[in-house]
Design a protein around this ligand. Structure first.
Ligand code: NAD
Length: 259
């Protein structure tokens, strides 16, 4: 299926690894020019090389922290008028809410709520003027089914989700959609780091903890980041203009509710 977005420009945040990288790869595979952002130049350039080799697409890199005003300014300098914006940032650490003070909460809100809102603020009107825009926020299945040790994530991402529910309806009339994609357990560095912490806590090997976690999913496995990237590309496609304000869960069926 041709998604009809060849030649479009995408800004993909937090994209040197994992889900962000997979989104950039899938968009580039559709002929989209991608600007990818991550903090560390080495892995960022490596990923850019991989995407170019796999897709022949134009890939621009921005080494910046997307959770800061300066980082977002650098990203927008490199890609001033994106047609597609994929908001993403590292997730906050797990823990007990009794141990978190204002600094921890502000950091989570900056990363997983305000970064996305400020980038939308800077880009959405240009998309409306041009009559095309696709904004995808990478959130988490924890928005729908909170995980108690991820309180910072549950809280900050729910704030973003509430904001998006309102703003998405204002823009779809100009063919600008805004949706959230909610990953369940995907095989990325972040997920492996979480599994390593669980293994240590339980006193079992990393491989055993990994296998247990995979078996706990109805699909019996982790999601492949490429599966996530392909869903993202579809939501960013020309044909997806009637999908907006949605929270799309991609979790192997782990969420147990009827809706
Ligand atoms: P990952 O650690 O594999 O990759 C994160 C990427 O973001 C890396 O490229 C890193 O360099 C970049 N990054 C992190 N902080 C950044 C910042 N401040 N500025 C710019 N770049 C930054 O993580 P992932 O598994 O791909 O997760 C992506 C998001 O999805 C995270 O917010 C995570 O919490 C969330 N999530 C992941 C899963 C999962 O199973 N992998 C499940 C639910 C939610």
């Amino acid at each position: 299926m041709d998604l009809g977005i060849a030649g479009r420009k995408a800004l993909v945040c937090a994209a040197s690894k994992g889900l962000g990288k997979a989104c950039a790869m899938s968009l580039a595979g559709e002929g989209v020019d991608v600007t990818i952002v991550a903090r560390t130049p080495g892995p960022l350039e490596e990923t850019a090389g991989e995407i170019r080799a796999a897709t022949q697409a134009a890939v621009t890199t921005v080494a910046a922290d997307i959770t800061t005003d300066e980082g977002r300014a650098l990203a927008l300098e490199a890609c001033p008028s994106p047609d597609i914006l994929v908001n993403n940032a590292g997730g906050p650490p797990p823990g007990d809410f009794r141990d978190w003070g204002r600094d921890e909460w502000i950091a989570a809100i900056e990363a997983n709520m305000l970064s996305a809102i400020f980038l939308i603020k800077e880009t959405v009107d240009g998309m409306r003027d041009r009559g095309f825009g696709r904004i995808v926020n990478i959130t988490s299945s924890a928005v729908k089914a909170p995980i108690s040790i991820l309180g910072l994530s549950n809280g900050a991402r729910s704030g973003l989700t509430g904001f998006i529910a309102g703003v998405a309806r204002e823009n779809v009339g100009d063919n600008v959609t805004i949706n959230n994609i909610l990953p369940g357990a995907f095989d990325t560095d972040r997920m492996r780091a979480n599994v390593a912490a669980v293994a240590e806590k339980k006193g079992i090997s990393f491989d055993d903890a990994l296998a247990q976690r995979a078996r706990a999913n109805p699909a019996g496995r982790f999601g492949d980041p490429a599966e996530f990237g392909l869903l993202c590309a579809f939501i960013c496609g020309a044909q997806a203009g009637y999908i907006s304000g949605q929270n799309l869960l991609i979790d192997g069926g782990a969420y147990p509710g009827t809706f």
